[in-house]
Write a protein that binds this ligand. Structure first.
Ligand code: HEC
Length: 119
């Protein structure tokens, strides 16, 4: 079964409550890896909904992340947003990548490091 939650009646996983995960230790993410995961339709697939640098057909469901680092958010805030955006905005349309197990903890760290590098 796909790691993405679906609305199919065959998908019996249900929806778990939002998880606000504490960032343990320093972020230690690899921005190069994070970029690959963000652009991979079988992994982060972030560009389906967000504009990212080098993306010819940017998604526009979510805000542009082109110069994301200018938001000045802490590593922990960015980590938590990718881990489970619902812990920040309960009404979000963004999938809870970490809480759902779509991405590993290290992949969440890599993408967070990538976003923090976008100036
Ligand atoms: C299904 C569409 C969708 C996907 C896929 C998606 N997002 Fe989002 N994301 C959204 C929407 C919609 C919002 C704005 C609503 C909100 O506040 O959550 C958002 C908000 C965000 C924000 C907060 C933006 C800000 O201005 O502070 C970040 C950061 C973010 N997404 C990163 C990511 C990353 C990284 C990925 C890939 C791992 C991703 N998103 C995948 C839809 C998506």
């Amino acid at each position: 079964m796909s790691k993405w939650l679906t609305r199919s009646h065959l998908d019996t996983r249900g929806v778990q409550p939002p998880v606000k995960k504490k960032l343990e230790g320093p972020l230690n993410g690899n921005p190069e890896e994070g970029k690959k995961i963000a652009m991979n339709t079988g992994a982060g697939n972030c560009w389906a909904c967000h504009a990212l640098p080098g993306d010819a057909q940017p998604g526009n469901q979510g805000p542009s992340l082109i110069d994301f680092a200018k938001r000045g958010l802490s590593d922990e805030e960015v980590y938590q947003t990718i881990y489970d955006r619902r812990s920040v905005n309960p009404m979000t349309a963004m999938p809870p990548f970490g809480a759902l197990g779509t991405l590993t903890d290290q992949q969440v760290r890599d993408i967070a490091a990538y976003l923090q590098s976008l100036k």
